[in-house]
Design a binder for this molecule. Structure first.
Ligand code: ADP
Ligand code: MG
Length: 286
């Protein structure tokens, strides 16, 4: 079970003066159980890429293969693919429209022609998966919820389709720190407990450093770097060149190394940094 992208190219407005190559020669594989971060500056191609992964858009060249099905080859299989690869758009709360939370989350499963009973079961499960108490949230109006709660309802709407893969496009954009933590906590739990393969799209390295297992860095429509978060963040100079910040901790470590501190370059957390810096200080100054 995997999603594969083979030699993907995507061009907007082909044949017009507005022609834009949004993706060029993308090859990647997302395996079952992965927690993948896709990072890149605005305009690097992140949103375009994920819309290809669930068959919403068709690549100009190359192939997307979802669990052994080539996307787009058989039109009848497209709705199955969209259900398998759940996509949570940026600002998904704009798509909430029903009068109650339960009805909103039920929208997807209803379209799958499931029984009322099965639909309700899925709605309940999905809302609980994103940390709600079903009974207390189900009759609320989505519009009365906080920003973070609205996002969680929108994510539940996709989970209710029981996707194998959950792809989230900048799920914390525009939220305050509390809302951001709320969303990241829920996503972390989903990956751990519900066994969902997660692709998290972000323009902020700091945000996803501690969450994902693997990072793909997009730059001008190409895969510029890929590796574990530690491998990526230890190259802070390269990241800065392409307009990406690094976690503050990584930046401090990098600065200290430049000044001759003998500490590991691949540090991600404040705890690790503290340990390493103390070790070095004790070696040299005590
Ligand atoms: P990201 O999500 O990383 O910000 P996008 O995938 O939205 O990047 O955009 C990649 C490139 O494609 C950018 O140069 C952007 O301007 C262009 N682009 C995105 N959407 C459209 C569109 N609907 N029409 C034309 N060009 C687009
Ligand atoms: Mg985008």
């Amino acid at each position: 079970m995997s999603i594969k992208a083979e030699n993907i190219k995507y061009i907007y407005s082909e044949g017009t003066p507005f022609r834009t190559v949004a993706l060029d020669d993308i090859n990647l594989e997302i395996k079952e159980g992965d927690f993948l971060g896709v990072i890149g500056h605005t305009g690097s191609g992140k949103s375009t890429l994920i819309q290809l992964l669930n068959g919403l858009e068709k690549p100009s060249d190359g192939k997307i293969i979802v669990n052994d099905t080539v996307v787009g080859e058989d039109k009848k299989k497209l709705s199955k693919i969209r259900q398998t690869v759940g996509l949570v758009f940026q600002y998904p709360e704009y798509q909430l429209f029903e009068e109650t939370v339960a009805k909103d989350v039920a929208f997807g499963p209803m379209n799958l022609n499931l029984s009322e009973e099965e639909t309700e079961k899925r709605v309940k499960e999905a809302l609980e998966l994103v940390g709600f108490n079903y009974k207390s949230i189900k009759d609320e109006s989505p519009f009365d919820l906080s920003g973070g709660q609205k996002r969680r309802v929108a994510i539940a709407g996709v989970l209710a389709m029981k996707p194998d893969y959950l792809i989230l496009d900048e799920p914390t954009a525009g939220l305050d720190p509390a809302g951001r933590n709320e969303i990241f906590e829920q996503i972390k739990k989903l990956h751990k407990k519900a066994n969902v393969t997660v692709v998290l799209v972000s323009h902020s390295m700091e945000d996803i450093a501690k969450l994902v297992n693997r990072v793909i860095v997009l730059y001008k429509g190409k895969i510029h770097m890929q590796g574990t978060p530690k491998e990526i963040y230890s190259q802070s100079e390269e990241l800065k060149k392409i307009g990406l910040g690094v976690p503050q901790v990584a930046e401090i470590v990098n600065e200290l190394r430049k000044r001759g501190f003998n500490i590991r370059p691949d540090i991600l957390t404040v705890e690790e940094a503290k340990e390493e810096i103390l070790k070095e200080v004790r070696r040299n100054y005590v």
